[in-house]
Design a protein around this ligand. Sequence first.
Ligand SMILES: Cc1cc2nc3c(=O)[nH]c(=O)nc-3n(C[C@H](O)[C@H](O)[C@H](O)COP(=O)(O)OP(=O)(O)OC[C@H]3O[C@@H](n4cnc5c(N)ncnc54)[C@H](O)[C@@H]3O)c2cc1C
Length: 484
Amino acid sequence: MKKAIIIGSGISGIASALRLVAKGYDVEILEKSYRSGGKISEFTVDGFRFDMGPSLFTLPALVDELFSLFGKSSTDYLNVHQLDVTCQYFFADGSVLKAWSDTQRFVSEAIRLGADRKTIERYLNRQSFLYHYTSDFFLFSSIHKLSSYFGVSARKSLKALHRLDAFTSMHKRNNSTFGNSPLVQLFDRYATYNGSDPYRAPATLNMIAHLEHNTGAFFPTNGMYGIVKALERLALEQGVRFHYNTTVSGLRFNKKKITSVESSVGNFPADVVLSSIDVAYFYRSVLPEKKMLKRIEKRERSSSALIFYWGVSCQSSLDLHNILFSADYMAEFDALFQKKHFGNDLTVYIFISNKVVQSDAPEGCENWFVMVNAPENVGQDWAAETAKARSVILSKISSHLGIDVEKHIVNERIVTPVDIEANTGSVNGSLYGHSSNGALAAFLRHPNYSRHYKNLYFAGGSVHPGGGIPLCLASAKIATQLIK
Ligand SMILES: Cc1cc2nc3c(=O)[nH]c(=O)nc-3n(C[C@H](O)[C@H](O)[C@H](O)COP(=O)(O)OP(=O)(O)OC[C@H]3O[C@@H](n4cnc5c(N)ncnc54)[C@H](O)[C@@H]3O)c2cc1C
């Protein structure tokens, strides 16, 4: 049996392992942490369980696909259900919108906020059009391989190229569609799903909203970490070996072929190596290649996050996912990407998993995951930044919801961009590798294979097609399809 070594056990690492086992490889995963999941993580304190990273789950079919590789049903490992309300939005002017997954109910809400029926329906259809004309090629194939350009999916995307909105920004398109309506801010927000700036990211990315508004948002009945547990269980059953507390530090090669992987616990011989760790970190610490690193480091990193995990001793009228928007979105992104500090007003995301998983908090309490977009870590004074953000967040919650939440916080944990970098190896704490702020961003991401070593491949949020659970799963599929 040929041997494959996977570096990192984030979602793309486990998915890649499963796909390689299905191809007949003997697979081992080397993971620096004591457990799997990477950014998808959890912790428990005083009866409160918190999902630490992702909270929004779309395209669960990509997870199901991994089970069907082995003739299994995902429902025997993981239960997910579709949300009726994908998110509740609170705008600075006091208006509130419930984003129902039912399209007609959402349309009615949008009309209430100033859109006319035809405009919002046309807009949702347009997102669907963008997704269907781009996804097969841009999300599910290796756009860095010349051969991909001769396939049906490339022809489909390239034929519609002039209609894909690549040369205008998300904000410009949304603004020209909805004028003064708060819906502009609602749809601009999807740029943050890959750590980008809606004032610079290409309007093609308006297709991200398609996943929530047309195909739906989902949630596992045992929380987000349930996805990792289910995939890890499947991988163990299929014979994948996980080596925890094992940090990969180098690669040995013979001419252009990797022969083994060096780690803190010794060498692992390999026929194929797949790295699922941040690619900038990979070229810094695993395979130091100055030229490649320079090229990668020149590119703008995605945003990071500052997260407060609060156990609160009260019950709110909030939903599972809630957004409290800032009054000046442009200033917020300018501060994030140009000044690299928090602005004076922030958009606050509150995720309360015990709205669905009741056991996630003690009776009468809630587990609040409160997150703001943060600049990448470039050495800011994070104690000062955190104190500033905390005070903005508390006053925003109190003005929008009328809750003096600080009085009810019974336990608190804080994760800054520095912690994200330390915990997951994501350079500068960026959540999604590089930003997508530019028409060519998709092409500039690192490919899923090495151009120098013939048995070295890449998956994960920092390489093609990008970050977020669905795209990480897509990266695993593309990378392993390239392995003969
Ligand atoms: C706060 C937060 C909120 C998010 N929200 C969402 C959301 O709502 N929806 C969504 O879809 N996505 C979201 N994301 C993004 C999503 O979590 C990531 O894109 C995805 O989980 C990244 O997976 P990955 O496979 O790239 O690997 P990672 O999760 O980055 O894992 C990499 C793994 O490699 C290991 N590693 C690193 N270096 C080494 C080494 N030298 N040797 C061995 N192992 C190593 C790390 O320990 C880690 O386990 C969020 C992320 C964060 C942090």
